[in-house]
Design a protein around this ligand. Structure first.
Ligand code: FE2
Ligand code: FE2
Length: 266
């Protein structure tokens, strides 16, 4: 028997901690050591730090870099976590995963088609740039952009089921808007999102009826990201001076566009 278990811990899941505790009980080991191998999306250093954080509540589980005679612990749930099921990560690191957005690229890639994935990355980058101009938290802005359309690829039926439960008053509005709210529910339930600014901005990003700087920022970035392919230099310049004024301008322009193309007053 070994007192060292080696795995990728990319990132460490709650199931892996439970497997380590079961191993410890079965083998009567007083102390058990976990070690991070070389394979991972995240650097070994970062995975090791996350593992230490996850093990903090467990007095007899420790992290080691000594892997001589180590046994392999089969990874459990790690791939699912990297594709958007952060709730399967070890309890102690879930908040950090979403705050830092460690796996959001992989999550967005797994949940979006290539076109929407490109749009998502582009929106996140514009969010970050505008946040920098306005001295707002750039990382938080980037995370918000990466999250904003995650459920847009869900079928109307799948989105409807969520809306029926959590936001029934939205059943009467266009299904095109539903992903704004189902995205919030997904981010809270699967990715453990707790940030109320991001949740509010996501909820209002399609119609642009939010009234916070975070909501203006996301609404603007969604409409002016460069892959949209139209000239947005005027809107971009205004957004760098005044987020609220830019959001109002874009909202008026899109109302006029919808009236012209679809004959609908919004
Ligand atoms: Fe959207
Ligand atoms: Fe979008």
């Amino acid at each position: 028997m070994s007192s060292v278990l080696l795995s990728s811990f990319d990132p460490v899941s709650q199931k892996e901690i439970e497997a380590a505790l079961a191993y410890q009980r079965e083998h009567g080991a007083h102390d058990l050591y976990l070690a991070v191998n070389e394979e991972g999306v995240l650097s070994k250093e970062l995975r090791t730090r996350l593992l230490k954080k996850a093990l903090a509540p467990y007095r007899h589980l420790h992290v080691t870099s000594e892997v001589k005679d180590a046994e392999t612990l089969t990874p459990a749930d790690e791939e699912e976590i990297r594709k958007g099921e952060y709730r399967k990560a070890a309890y102690g690191i879930r908040g950090e995963l979403i705050r830092e957005g460690y796996y959001l690229n992989a999550t967005a890639k797994a949940m979006c088609n290539p076109h929407r994935y490109a749009h998502t990355c582009s929106v996140a980058e514009v969010c970050r740039q505008l946040a920098a101009v306005h001295h707002m938290d750039e990382k938080k802005a980037w995370v918000m952009g990466m999250l904003h359309d995650l459920t847009k690829g869900f079928s109307d039926e799948a989105n409807r089921k969520i809306i029926e439960i959590y936001k029934p008053e939205w059943l009467s509005i266009s299904p095109k808007v539903w992903h704004s709210y189902t995205g919030v529910i997904y981010a809270k339930q699967s990715l453990c999102l707790e940030d109320p600014d991001i949740a509010y901005a996501m909820e209002h990003h399609t119609i642009g009826d939010g009234h916070t700087d975070w909501a203006y920022l996301l609404y603007i970035a969604d409409k002016i990201e460069p892959l949209r392919g139209y000239d947005v230099s005027k809107q971009r310049a205004l957004a760098e001076k005044d987020l609220k004024a830019a959001a109002n301008l874009i909202r008026e322009e899109s109302k006029a566009y919808i009236l012209e193309t679809e004959g609908i007053h919004v």
